[in-house]
Design a protein around this ligand. Structure first.
Ligand SMILES: Cc1cc2nc3c(=O)[nH]c(=O)nc-3n(C[C@H](O)[C@H](O)[C@H](O)COP(=O)(O)OP(=O)(O)OC[C@H]3O[C@@H](n4cnc5c(N)ncnc54)[C@H](O)[C@@H]3O)c2cc1C
Length: 453
C-alpha cells in the first residue's frame, strides 16, 4: 500500500492518500483498544479524535516527504546519466533503461528500452534502427553498434531491439562479438544504455499499394517484423509476403509473433523455409531448403499474380551477406529492376578467395605518395591500399575512430575532412554532411587528405 502511495505522482493527492492511510491505520486499533477498556469515558472520545487528527497530519507530511525523496531519486538517476537529452530535443545520446529482457530463440534475445527521463519517444519508420553505446569493461572506449527496431506500435513508450549473440568465427582465433555478447551476458532488466534517435533508409513506404516481399534469414528478421506490423496497422490492404529462412525451429525467432500478425491480417502471406528441420518442426514451416529466387519465381510470383493481377513488387532483403548476394543476383537475373530491390547489410561480407584485398583495391602505382593526415592523433602516414578502407587503415595504425556498421549505413564514423577528397567503395546509405566523409567505406582519392581524427 505504501509503495502504491509513493507512486502517486501528484503531490497533493499523494499527501491526502498518505494522511488518510495513516489516520485509518492509527484510529482503528486505538478506537478498539479504548472502547474495550474504557467504553463510556468522554476523555476517551477526545483522545481518539486527537489521535486521528495527529496521525492524519503525520501521514500528510509523510506523503509530501515521500514525494521529495522520490524526486531526489529521479534526479540522482539523471545525474548518474549526464548528457540525457530532453525528450523533445533528442538528437544525440539519450539514456534508456532496459525494462524487459526476453529470450526469443537459442541465439536471439530482445531488449525493451524505455527512456530514463520519462519523456516521450518518437515513432520510427518501419525498418529503421537505433544506434546504441555501451561502456564495456576492458574496452578502451565506448562501443557503438546499430540494431534494427524489431517492433512497431503507433504511439510507442518503448523500443525493442532483438540481438543475436555473435560467436567467435570457427575458422579463426578471433574473439566472439564484443557488443552482442555483452548485451546477452551483462545487460539485464534495469541496466542503462545510451541510444541515438531512430535512423536509416531501409524503410517500408506505408502509403504504397504495390505488393511487397520481405525476405530475411537469421537475425535479418528484425526490421521485417516492424514492417509487417506497421503494414498490418496502417496499410492493411497491401499484400505482403513474409519469407524467412532458418536452419530449424530452435533458431527461428518470432515465429509465434509473426503467425499472430498473419492471423489478424489476411493480406500477410507467410513462407518459412528450414534448411535442416527437426522432427519437432513438423507443420511449422512451409518449405524445406533455403529462401532463394526460385521460391519467389515458382511460388510467390504465381500467388501474387492471382491475388494482385501482377507480379511487380518491392523486395526488401536482410540477412547474411551470402544470402543477400545470391538473392540480389537471382532477382536481377529474373528481371527485377534494381530500383525495386532494397537491402540492408548487418555486416560487411568477407572477401571471397578470388577477391583478396590486393585484388579488390588495385595497387595504385603512386599509393606510397598518398599522405593521410590524422589531425587529432597527430599522425601522418603513407596510405597503404592493402588495408581496405580508411577506417581499416587507421586501426592498423593504432588509431581507433568511432564507428559501428562498417558498411556506410549508420553514419557513426563520419568525420570532417579539411583537405583532399575520398572515393567511396559503394554509395553511402547514411546521410553525410558536406565537409564530412564516412571513413568505413572510403579511401583517399587525392595525394593528400587531412581528417579530423
Ligand atoms: C543497420 C544495421 C542493423 C542491425 N540490426 C541488427 C539486429 O537487429 N540484430 C542483431 O543482432 N544485429 C544487428 N546488426 C548487427 C550489429 O550492429 C552488430 O554488428 C552485431 O551485433 C555484431 O556486433 P559485435 O560487437 O557483437 O561483434 P564484433 O565484435 O563487431 O564482431 C563481429 C564478428 O566478427 C568477429 N571478429 C571479431 N574480431 C575479428 C577478427 N580480428 N577477425 C575476424 N573476425 C573477427 C566476431 O567474432 C564476430 O563474429 C545490425 C547492423 C546494422 C548495420
Amino acid at each position: 500500500m505504501l509503495q502504491e502511495i509513493r507512486e502517486i505522482s501528484n503531490p497533493l493527492f499523494r499527501a491526502i492518500a498518505s494522511g488518510i492511510f495513516l489516520s485509518t491505520l492509527v484510529t482503528i486499533p486505538v478506537t478498539t483498544a479504548f472502547y474495550l477498556f474504557n467504553p463510556k469515558n468522554e476523555a476517551t472520545h477526545r483522545l481518539i479524535v486527537y489521535a486521528s487528527l495527529a496521525s492524519a497530519a503525520i501521514g500528510t507530511i509523510g506523503g509530501i516527504a515521500t514525494g521529495r525523496s522520490k524526486s531526489i531519486d529521479s534526479k540522482s538517476v539523471t545525474s548518474q546519466n549526464e548528457g540525457v537529452e530532453p525528450s523533445t530535443e533528442w538528437k544525440d545520446w539519450r539514456k534508456f533503461v532496459v525494462d524487459r529482457k526476453v529470450k526469443e530463440s537459442e541465439s536471439i534475445t530482445s531488449f525493451y528500452l524505455k527512456p530514463v527521463d520519462g519523456g516521450s519517444i518518437p515513432n520510427h519508420i518501419p525498418g529503421q534502427f537505433l544506434t546504441i553505446q555501451l561502456d564495456i569493461p576492458e574496452q578502451p572506449k565506448p562501443i557503438v553498434r546499430t540494431y534494427s527496431l524489431s517492433d512497431y506500435i503507433e504511439s510507442p513508450n518503448y523500443y525493442r531491439l532483438s540481438i543475436k549473440r555473435e560467436p567467435a568465427p570457427s575458422d579463426t582465433i578471433a574473439p566472439p562479438g564484443v557488443a552482442s555478447n555483452f548485451m546477452h551476458d551483462s545487460i539485464h532488466e534495469g541496466s542503462i544504455i545510451a541510444a541515438k534517435p531512430p535512423a536509416g533508409k531501409f524503410v517500408l513506404d506505408l502509403n504504397s499499394t504495390q505488393p511487397a516481399v520481405l525476405i530475411s534469414n537469421g537475425v535479418g528478421i528484425t526490421p521485417m517484423i516492424s514492417m509487417a506490423k506497421a503494414a498490418t496497422l496502417l496499410n492493411p490492404q497491401r499484400h505482403i509476403w513474409f519469407l524467412h529462412g532458418a536452419r530449424d525451429g530452435s533458431l527461428h525467432a518470432f515465429r509465434d509473433e509473426v503467425n499472430a500478425i498473419a492471423e489478424r491480417n489476411p493480406h500477410l502471406h507467410i513462407a518459412y523455409c528450414y534448411s535442416r528441420p527437426t522432427a519437432a518442426d513438423e507443420g511449422q514451416y512451409q518449405h524445406k531448403g533455403y529462401v532463394d529466387a526460385n521460391l519467389i519465381k515458382n511460388v510467390v510470383a504465381p500467388e501474387m499474380e492471382k491475388l494482385c493481377g501482377s507480379s511487380v513488387a518491392d523486395y526488401f532483403l536482410c540477412g547474411s551477406p551470402s544470402f543477400m548476394d545470391s538473392l540480389r543476383d537471382g532477382l536481377r537475373e529474373w528481371g527485377v529492376p534494381d530500383k525495386n530491390v532494397l537491402f540492408e547489410s548487418f555486416a560487411k561480407a568477407k572477401p571471397k578467395k578470388s577477391e583478396q584485398p590486393q585484388e579488390i583495391i588495385p595497387k595504385n602505382e603512386n599509393s606510397d605518395a598518398i599522405e593521410v593526415v590524422f589531425n587529432k592523433s597527430g599522425k601522418t602516414i603513407n596510405w597503404n591500399p592493402d588495408r581496405g578502407s580508411i577506417l581499416d587503415f587507421a586501426e592498423a595504425n593504432e588509431i581507433y575512430p568511432d564507428h559501428s556498421c562498417r558498411v556506410g549505413v549508420c553514419g557513426t564514423c563520419a568525420c570532417k575532412i579539411s583537405e583532399g577528397e575520398v572515393e567511396y567503395e559503394e554509395k553511402p546509405t547514411a546521410a553525410v554532411e558536406s565537409g564530412s566523409v564516412l571513413i568505413c567505406i572510403s579511401r583517399p582519392k587525392t595525394a593528400k587528405i587531412v581528417l579530423d581524427i
